[in-house]
Ligand binder design. Structure first.
Ligand SMILES: Cc1cc2nc3c(=O)[nH]c(=O)nc-3n(C[C@H](O)[C@H](O)[C@H](O)COP(=O)(O)OP(=O)(O)OC[C@H]3O[C@@H](n4cnc5c(N)ncnc54)[C@H](O)[C@@H]3O)c2cc1C
Length: 493
């Protein structure tokens, strides 16, 4: 297969991120996006991970200044979990649990306690609702361990403009498929155009028009680990509430509720299991929790799982067309970054003539990243003891841990020790051992090796945490940092 032309079916975030990534890395390719105004885009998906800024600003070398000016993101330093028996705990992108301070004999996870719900700079900043350190000149000290909150439609608008700027053609049409040859022979628009290409990217969302519907690739469900399959969504325009620099994930009767803070809007969504709760009851619970919701609520249905292979013949599926995992760690855009970059790298490395072994490797790598996320999320559900009701009891009893089982077994015998990280967690696993420890320690999962630090270590830890708190109180709030990035004094280089 020699690839010089690519048609991307879908103009949501998956289709446009893939088109932009391919065009930026392989400008010689002829790339065309087909999107249906009648079908539209999913319109949700607002939290990202730290992979997202790295993809756009380091891998693709896009200009942060343009992104901030047009896509209007706010910063996300991590997730504040109202989850498990503690009042709260923080998940960051800074790998704080596995870090070992030279003055202490063990890694940070062994010292974590309710007295200070932070253990490094990132979690201390989150705990004090601050976003970046303040430089002596009053501007923010930026770093790379953050993600964004970004409205799906605004983001898709920014992507479409960048695609057009880079020479990607975008056509509005609803198409049907014609199979044949290596998989898809052509797409047909309602106006009668027959659209051909060397490679088709299926970014058609949950419809999975090419991979699922046309090529009948088998779907591997994650329903034995992830029981939720619906979300009620709504929000309200911000008034005087401060902007929170993190996503809140809050335990609910049959699932959990997110809070995502945009600059002018606060978005809430209740992800629940329809096996345990009807739509009306979910809506009522959601509105009880969020009495300020001012928009019409809407319910989105989904199923968690992935297709066996995402690259089949001349079709590569990305985004929801390849798989979906519920948004508890907001990983969908991260997966798209990895899918798009591994596809671009595969084409670059094969001089646009991918071999069967390369395709096989692509499928294994991308399949593993979906499974890793499923495994990680299963820990969130299996050990959340905050509510004692039929849904959470079923989670504790029945959630299958799959690949996370070995990590949990290790933790139960050895406590939050990082020693096994290299052996038990694949190097491509974005959560690393640290993320697993954050969730296990955060939920107070019991283990056989509680550590009682000697008084000198205990005192050192207290001082360390107090110092972090003091520093973070001096940090910038999201409002101050937003003002600063609009300041003409900011040196973007
Ligand atoms: C409740 C919920 C919350 C979520 N929260 C997050 C989050 O916080 N963070 C995160 O990263 N992700 C989140 N996601 C996932 C995220 O929204 C999506 O994974 C992401 O936006 C990618 O969507 P997509 O481009 O695959 O699909 P879509 O946005 O649905 O785009 C599909 C595209 O295909 C086109 N199309 C389909 N069929 C045809 C056809 N026959 N002809 C022409 N065009 C066609 C459509 O018009 C559209 O342009 C969430 C998802 C849900 C359901």
């Amino acid at each position: 297969m020699k690839i010089s032309s690519i048609v991307v079916l879908g103009g949501g975030s998956a289709g446009l991120m893939t088109a932009l990534t391919l065009k930026r890395k392989l400008p010689q390719l002829d790339i065309r996006v087909i999107r249906s105004p009648d079908i539209g885009i999913i319109g949700v998906g607002e939290g990202t991970t730290a992979v997202f800024p790295r993809h756009f600003f380091e891998y693709l070398k896009m200009k942060p200044r343009d992104f901030y000016a047009e896509a209007h993101p706010t910063w996300k330093m991590g997730i504040r979990f109202l989850w498990g028996p503690r009042k709260e705990f923080f998940y960051t992108f800074s790998f704080e649990f596995e870090r070992r301070l030279p003055q202490l004999s063990r890694n940070n996870g062994f010292y974590y306690s309710d007295e200070f719900p932070w253990l490094g700079q990132a979690s201390a900043y989150m705990a004090h609702d601050k976003v970046f350190p303040r430089r002596p000149d009053g501007l923010p000290q930026f770093h790379n361990n953050h993600a964004f909150h970004i409205e799906n439609k605004t983001f898709v608008g920014w992507l479409a403009n960048r695609c057009l700027e880079h020479g990607v053609a975008i056509t509005d049409a609803t198409v049907t498929t014609e199979t044949g040859g290596q998989g898809i022979a052509a797409l047909r628009s309602e106006a009668g155009e027959r659209i051909t290409a060397d490679l088709f990217v299926d970014a058609s969302g949950f419809r999975s028009e090419l991979l699922g519907r046309a090529l009948h690739e088998p779907f591997r469900s994650y329903a034995d680990s992830l029981f939720c399959d619906r979300a009620v969504i709504g929000g309200w325009p911000r008034t005087d509430e401060p902007i929170l620099p993190y996503t809140v994930a809050e335990t609910m009767e049959a699932g959990w509720c997110w809070r995502i803070d945009h600059e002018h809007f606060i978005n809430r969504g209740y992800v629940y299991s329809s096996q345990f709760l009807g739509e009306d009851a979910a809506r009522e619970e959601f509105l009880r929790k969020n009495p300020r919701v001012a928009t019409e609520t809407r319910v989105v249905k989904f199923r968690s799982g992935r297709y066996e292979r995402s690259w089949v013949g001349n079709v590569v599926a990305v985004g929801n067309a390849a798989g979906f995992v519920e948004p508890l760690e907001a990983t969908a855009l991260q997966v798209i970054c990895v899918e798009a970059s591994t596809l671009a790298d595969s084409l670059l490395d094969s001089l646009c003539e991918p071999t069967p072994t390369l395709v096989k490797l692509y499928n294994r790598y991308n399949g593993d990243q979906w499974d890793d996320i499923r495994n990680f999320l299963s820990i969130h559900y299996k050990f959340n003891t905050r509510l004692d009701n039929p849904f959470w009891r079923a989670c504790q009893a029945d959630v299958a841990l799959h690949g996370a089982q070995d990590i949990v077994d290790w933790y139960c015998e050895n406590g939050p020790s990082v020693l096994a990280g290299v052996a038990l967690v694949h190097p491509s696993n974005s959560f690393r051992m640290d993320g697993h420890l954050a969730l296990l320690v955060g939920q107070k999962v019991p283990h056989d090796r509680p550590y009682d630090p000697p008084p000198t270590e205990r005192e050192f830890w207290r001082q360390h945490c107090r110092k972090l708190a003091e520093e973070s109180r001096q940090g910038m709030s999201p409002e101050e940092a937003l003002k600063a990035i609009r300041s003409p004094d900011l040196n973007w280089a």
